[in-house]
Ligand binder design. Structure first.
Ligand SMILES: Nc1ncnc2c1ncn2[C@@H]1O[C@H](COP(=O)(O)OP(=O)(O)OP(=O)(O)O)[C@@H](O)[C@H]1O
Ligand SMILES: [Mg+2]
Length: 335
């Protein structure tokens, strides 16, 4: 149970991961799953580990939450080393695993009371805390129902409520929204925002780019156990790919003319760089808004009317796919 007196001093790191390596098995069967991973999570910060299946996300969460030993490197939680001071680490953290840990045979309230009692709360305090959490997670109406009858979203909320019986300094959420409907996902996102607002440090793992983009202060892009990039959503977007410019015309022949003769000249680009889809011309704006403005001016100057124009920054999908398929990418240090 977290000791309420143990507050992370301002400026201290809630989670520090340095040169972390994990290898499963030995000899010819050895499998390197994490290879020199380093990053930090600060109080009141959400850091997302973004990676595909098998990237090593759960392995990292398991090591940082003292469920598994690292092969090399160091991990500290609120200043305590996970290998040498696991008990102290456990006092600062909560974990919501990839697979829900609630007992389907018990009601929602019984589940929470059970976890509260495990955390050392008295019978009365456990019941009170359960009621507070059921209210907060909009489960009060279903408090007396067996958890087996809950929807996926309700079970997920109950699972997270259980991990917040005693509010942690560092919360691990391993793919918390996998399998949730859009409404439940949004609710969970709001809950993450709220916890961050209260100063909780959160390490979240996800395969969803929109989720990482929506929630994170910092994103660690993980591929096959290596960090391939790290930065804020805006930094990653900037680093990986230019914006897409779309210009709408009112006739297909004009769209062709714009794509083949007007724009290649004015932007100094090959005709192949422009694609036409019915009335719309699309191209990558290598110079961002400057390209959009230059293109619009040139089209208007040639007497052609523009019906719509837009510049869309690259999504994290572009970021993700861009790096996911670069073979031999080395880990990026100091980013
Ligand atoms: N106990 C283990 N023994 C051997 N290999 C393991 C063990 N645990 C995980 N692995 C392997 O390590 C790799 C990373 O697994 P991990 O569960 O960390 O990935 P993940 O990023 O969480 O994936 P997912 O998105 O599917 O949850 C996988 O190839 C997995 O098969
Ligand atoms: Mg996992």
């Amino acid at each position: 149970m977290p000791d309420p007196g143990m507050i992370v001093p301002a400026g201290e790191v809630a989670l520090s991961v340095r040169d972390l390596c994990k290898t499963f098995g030995r000899g010819t069967k050895a499998k390197q799953v994490l290879m020199g991973l380093s990053f930090d999570v600060h109080p009141a910060q959400v850091v997302s580990l973004l990676g595909a299946n098998g990237a090593g996300k759960t392995t990292l969460v398991n090591i940082a939450s003292t469920l598994m030993l690292p092969t090399a490197g160091t991990v500290t939680v609120c200043g305590a080393d996970v290998v040498t001071r696991p008990r102290q680490v456990r006092q600062c953290i909560s974990l919501t695993g990839q697979f829900a840990a609630v007992d389907g045979e018990l009601t929602g309230k019984e589940n929470l009371i059970f976890f509260a009692r495990l955390n050392g709360l008295s019978r009365a305090a456990a019941a009170k805390r359960a009621d507070e959490l059921l209210e907060r997670f909009r489960l009060a109406d279903a408090a007396g129902q067996r958890a087996a009858k809950y929807s996926g979203g309700m079970r997920r909320r109950l699972d997270i409520a259980a991990s917040l019986i005693v509010e942690p300094q560092l919360l691990f959420l391993d793919e918390p929204t996998t399998g949730l409907d859009p409404l439940s996902r949004r609710e969970l996102w709001e809950m993450v925002d709220e916890l961050r607002g209260q100063g909780v440090a959160i390490l979240l793992t996800t395969q969803y780019l929109d989720e990482a983009e929506r929630l994170s202060d910092d994103i660690v892009l993980l591929r096959e156990g290596r960090k391939v990039s790290q930065g804020s959503p805006a930094q990653l977007r900037q680093r990986f790919g230019a914006s897409i410019c779309k210009i709408g015309l009112d006739e297909a022949t004009l769209a062709q003319k714009v794509a083949t003769s007007v724009l290649p000249g004015v932007l100094g680009r090959a005709q192949d760089d422009f694609t036409v889809d019915a009335l719309e011309v699309t191209f990558t704006a290598l110079n961002g808004a400057e390209d959009l403005i230059a293109a619009n001016r040139a089209i208007i100057a040639s007497g052609i009317e523009i019906t719509s124009t837009s510049l869309t920054p690259p999504s994290l999908d572009d970021v993700f796919l861009g790096t996911a398929f670069v073979s031999g990418t080395e880990p990026v240090e100091g980013v």
